[in-house]
Write a protein that binds this ligand. Structure first.
Ligand SMILES: NC(=O)c1ccc[n+]([C@@H]2O[C@H](COP(=O)([O-])OP(=O)(O)OC[C@H]3O[C@@H](n4cnc5c(N)ncnc54)[C@H](O)[C@@H]3O)[C@@H](O)[C@H]2O)c1
Length: 328
């Protein structure tokens, strides 16, 4: 990756106070970019001011909402890169309140791209999509050619957001791409509840010395450590080969959720979990097994995960043992 492209460049991150956005911001500060973070800090989502502890004087923070077209129109101006990470991420919340998910994950995506088209067509926009859009896989590993068979409202709106991104690249020449993230984890993820990821609540409970629940446990998953996800975002921004593409991320290994729970307990040196059946409302939108084929991004951008699951879990546990009070 040509990291020097970020030096002195203006970069805006929507969802910049969230889990992935704040880790990306840290890296960009290290690369000497001029970083602006836009975030609504809606309490149910993953935004947290503590996520920028230590870099708060090196970034600009704008507390606003991607649904506000007037703010977006102004904020995209003068930016070289836009990492578009703001999102409603809870699958269950999207079923309980489909309209909010529609507004944030679908409608706002058009208004962001429209703001770019009218006020800064030279910007490059990287969109954070999700493996959730594949739904229940027909076959494994899942490549980008797999049918999109989403099982929840969030998945449908993320598809729309992703394809607006591709369309504005292909038709209007607003450069950029969409990365389909799989389960991403690491320091600064939301651990207050399971809205962002079940792994968050597991890590919180184990750090508090409390038992956690594994539902069923046989489901297979892959996991990307957040630093690897950040590398993929930076690579995608810095390489022209990414333009117009949709690219899967993936993990270094495939584990069942029960194996994951056992690994977490082993790394922690103690801990307990119980295996329970799925709650009925979650079972309805369960996708079974998933792991991704990320050969396209490896071939296109040379990306692959570098941090092993064991190492990533150890780093995450260490972080939350030290900073849990800021996340509960
Ligand atoms: N973490 C994962 O495992 C994962 C997997 C697949 C895709 N993604 C995608 O990556 C992106 C970032 O996810 P994350 O895990 O960092 O979640 P996160 O909740 O920590 O970050 C999202 C941020 O967006 C902000 N936000 C939400 N709605 C907003 C709005 N209307 N206006 C401005 N800001 C708003 C939130 O306050 C939050 O800080 C999301 O788009 C998500 O769909 C994440």
């Amino acid at each position: 990756m040509n990291r020097s492209v970020f030096e002195g460049s203006n970069v805006i991150i929507t969802g910049g106070l969230g889990f992935i956005g704040s880790n990306l911001a840290r890296k960009l500060v290290e690369l000497k970019a001029n970083v602006m973070l836009l975030d609504s800090l809606i309490p149910e989502y993953g935004g947290n001011l503590f996520n920028i502890a230590g870099i708060e004087d090196s970034v600009r923070v704008n507390i606003s909402d991607v649904r506000d077209e007037h703010s977006m129109r102004y904020l995209v101006q003068g930016q070289k890169y836009l990492f578009n990470l703001a999102g409603q991420t809870s699958h269950m919340d999207s079923m309980a309140d489909p309209y909010t998910d529609l507004e944030i994950n679908c409608r706002s995506q058009i208004s962001i791209l429209e703001a770019c088209r009218k006020y800064n067509p030279d910007i490059k926009v990287i969109f954070a999509s999700t493996r959730q859009i594949y739904g229940k896989p027909d076959s494994l590993p899942v490549s980008e050619n797999h049918l999109l068979r989403r099982v929840d409202v969030n998945g449908i709106n993320k598809i729309a957001g992703e394809w607006y991104r591709v369309l504005y690249n292909n038709v209007f020449g607003i450069n950029g791409c969409s990365l389909r993230l799989t389960n991403t984890y690491g320091p600064r993820m939301r651990v207050k509840d399971a809205r962002q990821t079940f792994l968050g609540i597991w890590i919180r409970l184990i750090a508090q010395g409390k038992p956690f629940e594994v539902w069923e446990g046989q489901q297979l998953r892959d996991f990307t450590y957040v630093d690897d996800a950040v590398d993929a975002l930076l690579l995608a921004a810095s390489c022209d080969q990414s333009n117009g593409q949709v690219l899967n991320l993936g993990g270094d290994s495939v584990v069942s959720l029960k194996e994951l729970a056992e690994l977490l307990v082993e790394i922690n040196g103690s801990g307990e979990f119980t295996v329970q059946s799925y709650p009925a409302d979650r079972k309805r939108i369960d996708i079974g097994d998933y792991y991704s084929d990320f050969s396209r991004i490896r071939a296109t951008l040379g990306w692959e995960p570098r941090v092993s699951l064991r190492e990533g879990l150890a780093r995450s546990l260490e972080y939350y043992k030290e900073h849990l009070q800021h996340y509960v």
